[in-house]
Design a protein around this ligand. Structure first.
Ligand SMILES: [Zn+2]
Length: 298
């Protein structure tokens, strides 16, 4: 891992937050003083004398953790490590590391929501079952989480261009049912609403193609990562981990730079909001075109 220096991190976050240069949040003025007596992170507008902090409006807002530790967390998210290991590496408490990782996942989720799938789509439904070894008691209805791996397929290569893995409402997706209706909530929320941009929807069946198709392998990959790194994840935060996994695939070699930019422009989320997150996924009926070409691979 690179050795991050506090001042270089401040400059990099400045770039991510204000790619076109400083902008006073009060008067939009572009010239500023650095208030060095308090911290390099505080700026005063030369026009209206409004003072603003570098971290205001970013994912790091309100943090007391040095930016160099944040940058290490950003860097390590490329590998997908647990809060326990992160806490050891960057020398913070487990609670701080947990919150940092979840704030980064929040930035990823905001990004994910702005990128609906389109074009040629493949869908693959399955159930995520937390391994019993985690020692956590889950009521039966929360043990198996229906989820869908959805991908935009690159028409040239036939490979996955962009992937999302999303929980589905209980009851919507049923085993051995491959009707497109079973994926209504996914299509409603995560696929473009410009119907002409959806060219085809292919439901990939599990029984005979498991482990063969690329999205089947992605599904295996996420299950393996969750088991190895966390001993499995409960329903409440599962979606955030699924999004983190897809982020690594979608951002590829730009994962660190993209996440840094996202941190600079995404408003933070509080611990309370994270803890109060609803665990249920609501069902939405998809009213898509009925003339979309459905390809069932058997
Ligand atoms: Zn100003």
């Amino acid at each position: 891992m690179p050795a991050f220096q506090e001042e270089a991190c401040e400059n990099a976050l400045f770039q991510a937050k204000w790619p076109d240069g400083f902008r006073c949040p009060h008067c939009e003025g572009s010239s500023f003083y650095r208030i060095t007596s308090r911290s390099n992170r505080v700026f005063e507008c030369r026009v209206c004398h409004h003072q603003t902090s570098l971290t205001v409006g970013t994912i790091m807002e309100g943090t007391r953790t040095p930016l160099e530790k944040w940058f290490s967390a950003l860097y390590l998210m490329q590998q997908g490590i647990s809060a326990k290991l992160l806490a050891e590496i960057i020398q913070v408490t487990y609670k701080t590391a947990w919150l940092m990782n979840h704030k980064l996942r929040h930035a990823i989720q905001v990004w994910d929501e702005s990128r609906p799938l389109k074009g040629e789509l493949q869908l693959y439904g399955d159930f995520y079952a937390r391994p019993a070894m985690s020692g956590v008691f889950d009521p039966p209805d929360q043990r198996d989480q229906p989820a869908v791996v959805g991908a935009s397929i690159d028409p040239e290569s036939g490979g996955v261009a962009e992937v999302k893995i999303k929980r589905l409402p209980h009851g919507e997706f049923r085993r051995r049912s491959y009707d497109v209706e079973c994926y209504g909530t996914f299509l409603w929320r995560h696929v473009t609403d410009v119907k002409s941009e959806i060219h085809s929807i292919e439901i990939v069946k599990q029984s005979d193609s498991e482990g063969v198709t690329e999205i089947g392998l992605i599904w295996r990959g996420v299950i393996g990562w969750l088991a190895r790194t966390f001993g499995g994840i409960g329903p409440k935060h599962l979606q955030a981990y699924l999004d983190e996994f897809c982020y690594r695939i979608n951002a590829g070699t730009n994962a660190f730079a993209t996440l840094l930019n996202l941190c600079g422009i995404t408003r933070t989320v509080t611990l309370r909001a994270l803890v109060n997150k609803r665990r249920a996924v609501r069902s939405v009926r998809w009213t898509g075109q009925s003339n979309i070409r459905k390809k069932n691979v058997s």
